[in-house]
Design a binder for this molecule. Sequence first.
Ligand code: NAD
Length: 288
Amino acid sequence: MNALAPSGLVAVIGSGAMGSGIAQVAAQAGHTVLLFDAKDGAAEKGRSGVLAGLDRQVDKGRLTGTEREAIAARLVVAPALAALADARLVIEAIVESLDVKRQVFSALEEVLATDAILATNTSSLSVTAIAAGLRHPERVAGLHFFNPAPVMKLVEIVSGLASSPLVLDTLYATARAWGKEPVRATSTPGFIVNRVARPFYAESLRLLEEGVADAATIDAVMREAGGFRMGPFELMDLIGHDVNFAVTRSVFDAYFGDPRFRPSLAQQELVAARWLGRKTGRGFYDYG
Ligand code: NAD
């Protein structure tokens, strides 16, 4: 199993929480990384966020100034999708919408070499459906990082029905080469982690909605007695309620409305208020 060569150009599409983190991981592993975002200024903002994080690593003595400069030089903002033409691996980390992801993948087919690998960081959508309709669906697979990508070791390598074994093996080996712990899963709603995590969030939200306990109490119980690194409400605030709610809806719909996965009205209200968690300064907790 061969990983992507360090000289292989990587492109990341979407420079939000996940895309920036994934771009950092690939640049730290030695790749030149092109970062593209459809929103004006977003890729620059994502890159600045990565550099600020690297500065903190330098301050803590975990990274030398020279290493920081080399990583910064490898992380390049791309002005347009057409600028990704030479990428060997593209990792998509845009909004969790099947239609938008499909549009981006079909636009990518127009600019990339036919043997470049197209990976999606989707949390819950069908990799098979994202790839369907492309001329080369065999080169599409899921490469699902966890938040924050530079810290979390786990990566799910997700096979769609048409994904080629060679593409899956290359992604597996590449994740390993990037210091991650890859696991393989098939394209099913939520894959492994988000399938198990949905009832974790759902039952916590039900406890809150029924007034059994408040968010801080439930978080403390799960952290201190349950051994989780973060409680469910802290974690949802970190992930972002827009993202978390969209994932729940998609898993619920994909399981034909199975009540185990029913979305929460309380979380829907947070999304309506744009109280999306840490990224907007307020969610279940106030970060102001
Ligand atoms: P985010 O909202 O922080 O960032 C998404 C970025 O994509 C934005 O900057 C937006 O401008 C950009 N974008 C949207 N449409 C685009 C398009 N058509 N072309 C180019 N850029 C576009 O979202 P996120 O939390 O980084 O999530 C991104 C993906 O990663 C989603 O599929 C999500 O399900 C998945 N994911 C999220 C988490 C998490 O904890 N947030 C964890 C694992 C996977």
